[in-house]
Write a protein that binds this ligand. Structure first.
Ligand code: GLA
Length: 367
């Protein structure tokens, strides 16, 4: 059911429309909306109030054929079963925190240990009911976009401070999908809000991403222990299978006998981006078959490149596809994992009066 259609003049000759529809209802009966963004080049992105999730992205390949290039589900009921963070806005702290504990201003906080890679419990992606599993409030913006807001209450999932969060998605006629998160707090807290879409640029969501060619603008990465917690070392990628400073097919070295790859079961690490200021290029990925290219730009210090190693075919998604091992890849721009426990890492602390801001741009093309 189409609820509304918000016409907007974005230029002399072009009009865009954000379409708002009912997607379904939460188990407690609350209504969930879905919004469709489209641009003049035939790109389409759908986003929902549930988890501020990016539901789908349709882009043309080099022959003009359009396909959905994101893993996920066809219906809200499917999304409610999402345990892989497909498309999600993840928080309050995306990525891992060692032992689910951190100390802030002399007080220790205990968070859920909802993940245990290598059999070692840790806190992952905001906890049991993170930002990916709550209902946000969405409304169209003037920028061919949608703004989602959520108030994460003091104590929610163990985090201190009432955190007021805003996430916007905008689709430009330059084929950029812009995701931006901002947050303010009324008490000191930690913040690392992360966008977690799984991409498969082939548009065939049953195909491996190992033939995708990846470039990371990152001279170093964060080695981890067996529980995927950074050791604190910042290691050069030079001479290792972690070196994506030049374009490399993902699958060529993914199973190399290299400690980091053993711990991650493949690529699942934070790469430290080339130093710089403002929004800059972090990653470029290309599917050689369809010619689709996606560039990721950000203002953050790191990107977690996760190659879908935990996908095991048990989740049945769009069109009945079972998402098999390494059929989607994530490029999660962010601050450093476990930074609340690592004084040498950039601080994730947000204090009253400050504004957390994270910009992530996905730029699509085909060649
Ligand atoms: C992140 C992590 C992975 C995995 C996925 C979700 O990308 O780095 O280890 O937990 O989320 O399955």
């Amino acid at each position: 059911m189409v609820l509304a259609c918000c016409q907007k003049n974005t230029g002399m000759s072009h009009q865009t429309a954000v379409k708002k529809e009912v997607f379904g209802t939460m188990p407690d009966g609350r209504e969930v909306k879905i919004f469709t963004l489209a641009n003049r080049n035939g790109l389409e992105a759908r986003v929902t109030e549930y988890g501020a999730i990016l539901v789908s992205v349709k882009t043309p390949d080099k022959s003009g054929k359009s396909a959905d290039i994101t893993l996920g589900y066809d219906t809200l009921d499917g999304w409610l079963t999402n345990t892989s963070y497909f498309g999600a806005t993840v928080g309050r702290f995306g990525n891992r925190i060692k032992d689910g504990k951190f100390t802030l201003d002399g007080r220790e906080y205990t968070l859920a240990t909802n993940n245990d890679p290598g059999g070692i419990p840790c806190h992952l992606h905001g906890g049991v009911t993170g930002f990916d599993k709550v209902l946000w409030s969405g409304k169209p913006t003037d920028e061919n976009g949608v703004e989602f807001t959520y108030l994460s209450k003091d104590g929610e999932e163990g985090y201190p401070g009432n955190l007021s969060v805003k996430v916007t998605y905008s689709l430009t006629d330059a084929d950029e999908l812009i995701w931006e998160a901002t947050a303010t707090t009324d008490a000191p807290t930690i913040v690392n809000i992360v966008h977690h879409t799984y991409w498969n640029l082939s548009g065939d969501l049953s195909a491996s991403i190992n033939d995708h060619v990846l470039t990371l603008n990152a001279p170093s990465y964060l080695p981890t222990d067996a529980g995927l917690i950074p050791t604190g070392e910042i290691a050069t990628v030079a001479g290792t299978p972690m070196d994506f400073t030049t374009p490399q097919p993902i699958g060529v070295r993914v199973d190399d006998d290299f400690e980091a790859l053993k711990h991650g079961g493949g690529y699942d690490h934070a790469w430290v981006l080339e130093k710089g200021t403002g929004v800059r290029l972090a990653a470029r990925v290309k599917d050689p078959k369809t010619g689709r290219v996606m560039e990721v730009l950000t203002d953050q210090s790191a990107v977690q490149f996760y190659g879908g190693n935990f996908l095991d075919g048990t989740a049945t998604g769009k069109g009945g596809v079972n998402y098999a091992h390494r059929t989607g890849l994530c490029l999660e721009t962010e601050g450093f994992p476990d930074s609340p426990n690592k004084p040498s890492f950039p601080s994730p602390v947000l204090r009253p009066g400050e504004t957390y801001r994270h910009v992530m741009i996905h730029r699509f093309s085909a060649e």
